[in-house]
Design a protein around this ligand. Structure first.
Ligand SMILES: Nc1ncnc2c1ncn2[C@@H]1O[C@H](COP(=O)(O)OP(=O)(O)OP(=O)(O)O)[C@@H](O)[C@H]1O
Ligand SMILES: [Mg+2]
Length: 240
């Protein structure tokens, strides 16, 4: 494990029956940085995230978070340790209000109502649209607002590492920009982020470092800006 990595993954492999979805992936996520994982449909991105959260069985490999071996830890304990994944498909609880969804995000916390209320206010300042809709049912939010709520709810768990699976999916470019700008701000305030994206261009622009995966293997890695200018990335993912 490298010295300053908040999360390090070694030799991660995952099989679904005879499908080798992830084949010996190594990752190092530096504390304080945004790391992106990009690749085509079926490359193994979601599977990798699920493995970090303890939600799929690993065929091989080790995951260390802040020096602790979390390879065999139960999902709820992984969340409580500070590794928090934004709900997939922005699955908010549709018949609860925005505020109730945010409060649910804090379920693993042991600190008091005052601290939680302060964090709700912080999330409202990050996402003013959520503040305006605090008492609205989550199910009646737009797609972009639901993504904001899913991120806000994850932040309520006080993550030290935030995992996101394609937050841009299905959203209009302006909303994507808005969400990516907010991720940049949250990161600037100190949160380490691991971002899985098919929107390769935006993800590489945002990320300090990135990994490109194909068929369950890392095929390229480097600084985000560097990969953005890499002819192989441009040919395969940016239509150049
Ligand atoms: N529950 C499952 N059972 C069987 N195979 C699965 C299952 N989940 C994923 N796979 C297979 O594992 C491979 C990796 O899938 P994964 O969802 O991790 O890809 P992805 O990179 O997230 O793709 P996308 O960009 O489309 O979300 C694919 O071949 C997929 O069909
Ligand atoms: Mg996926």
């Amino acid at each position: 494990m490298s010295a300053q990595a908040l999360l390090s993954v070694r030799g991660l492999s995952i099989n679904y029956g005879h499908v080798n979805a992830v084949r010996g992936i190594d990752l190092d996520l530096a504390a304080g940085e945004i790391t992106a994982l990009v690749g085509a449909n079926g490359a193994g991105k979601t599977t990798t995230l699920m493995a970090l959260s303890g939600l799929v069985k690993k065929a091989a490999g080790a995951v260390h978070f802040d020096g602790q071996d979390i390879s065999a830890m139960a999902p709820h304990r992984i969340v409580a340790s500070g590794l928090v994944q934004v709900a997939e498909g922005r699955a908010t609880l549709t018949t609860l209000t925005v505020r109730e969804n945010l409060d649910l995000g804090a379920y693993t916390r042991r600190d008091g109502a005052t601290a939680r209320a302060r964090d709700v206010d912080r999330i409202y300042s990050l996402f003013p649209r959520l503040a305006e809709r605090a008492t609205q049912m989550a199910g009646s939010l737009s797609g972009g607002e639901q993504q904001m709520l899913a991120i806000g709810r994850a932040l309520m768990a006080k993550p030290r590492l935030l995992l996101l699976d394609e937050p841009s999916m299905g959203l209009a470019p302006l909303i994507v920009q808005d969400i990516f700008r907010t991720l940049k701000r949250i990161n600037a305030e100190g949160l380490t982020i691991f971002l899985v994206e098919q929107n390769v261009k935006q993800a590489l622009k945002l990320a300090h470092r990135a990994y490109v995966v194909e068929s369950g293997e890392v095929v390229l890695q480097g600084r985000g800006a560097e990969l953005l200018g890499d002819p192989r990335v441009q040919a395969a993912y940016l239509g150049h």
